[in-house]
Design a protein around this ligand. Structure first.
Ligand code: ZN
Length: 241
C-alpha cells in the first residue's frame, strides 16, 4: 500500500492563521499528524500574511504534544544565493553556495531559537528545497539526523543522514512507496484545503507520521538508481522561475 506523509512548509507567527486553522481542523478530523517546517526567525516578507500571533509558540508546543512533528525550516527564510543546491529545483537558497561557517552559524542560531521555545528537533526542512554538501556537513555537526527532501519513494541513509523523500504537492503516487505531500497553506485556497481534508478522511489508513516513516530506511545503494531516474523525470517539471 502506498503511504502518505504531510509536511507543512513556512510555519511562522505571521502565516495565514485562517488557512492554518482550517487545515488543522481537517487534520484533526482525519487523525493525521503532519510534520511542520517552523521558520525560527522569519524575515521573508512573502511569509508575512497576517499579524504575528502572540500564541504561536505555545500552539506549536501544544501541537507537538498532540503528535505533530516539528522540523527546522531554515533560519530566517531569506534568499542569500541563486544556487539550486543538490536537488536542482529552485534558483534560490538560504544556504546552498555559502561558506560552511556562515551556513553553520545560521543553522545554529535557528536551532537555538527552537530549543529555547521547547521545540528542539533533529529534522531539517530546507527552504526552497535548496541545500548543498556544506549544509549537510553543518547539519551533522549540529546534531541533525534527518532531512525531508530528496528523490525517491522510500527513506534512505546516506552520509550519516536519513533522507525522507519528497516529490509532489498532491497525493499522486507510483503504486508503491511513501510520499511526502509538501503543502504551502498560505497559498492554498479554502477549497483545496477542504478537498485534501476529504481525501485524508477517506484514506486515513494511508497517512502515517514522519517519525514512522523515517524509522524504516533502505540502503542508499538500493534506492539510488530510482532516485536518479526520478530526478531526471521531475527536475524540469518542478523547476519554477
Ligand atoms: Zn519555505
Amino acid at each position: 500500500m502506498t503511504r502518505f506523509v504531510i509536511r507543512l512548509d513556512d510555519i511562522c507567527p505571521t502565516m495565514d492563521h485562517g488557512k492554518f486553522a482550517r487545515a488543522r481542523a481537517a487534520f484533526d478530523r482525519a487523525g493525521v499528524r503532519p510534520l511542520m517546517g517552523v521558520v525560527p526567525d522569519n524575515r521573508d516578507p512573502d511569509l508575512q500574511i497576517d499579524a504575528a500571533d502572540p500564541g504561536f509558540w505555545q500552539m506549536m508546543r501544544d501541537l507537538r504534544g498532540e503528535g505533530w512533528g516539528i522540523s527546522q525550516h531554515g533560519y530566517r527564510h531569506l534568499i542569500h544565493t541563486s544556487d539550486r543546491g543538490l536537488l536542482g529545483i529552485t534558483p534560490r537558497s538560504e544556504f546552498a553556495g555559502r561558506g560552511l561557517d556562515d551556513q553553520r552559524a545560521d543553522l545554529a542560531a535557528g536551532q537555538a531559537i527552537l530549543a529555547r521555545e521547547g521545540l528542539g528537533t533533529d529534522v531539517f526542512m530546507a527552504p526552497f528545497h535548496s541545500y548543498d554538501r556544506a549544509t549537510l556537513t553543518a547539519l551533522k555537526s549540529l546534531g541533525f539526523t534527518t532531512l525531508t527532501d530528496g528523490y525517491g519513494i522510500v527513506p534512505w541513509r546516506q552520509d550519516g543522514l536519513t533522507f525522507v523523500p519528497q516529490l509532489f504537492e498532491r497525493p499522486v503516487h507510483f503504486g508503491a512507496g511513501v510520499y511526502t505531500l509538501c503543502l504551502h497553506l498560505n497559498n492554498m485556497t479554502d477549497e483545496a484545503i477542504d478537498a485534501l481534508g476529504h481525501f485524508m478522511a477517506t484514506n486515513a489508513a494511508r497517512f502515517i507520521s514522519f517519525d514512522q516513516v523515517r524509522a524504516r530506511t533502505w540502503p542508499a545503494a538500493l534506492v539510488r538508481p530510482l532516485g536518479l531516474a526520478l530526478r531526471l523525470a521531475l527536475t524540469a517539471k518542478r523547476r519554477r522561475p
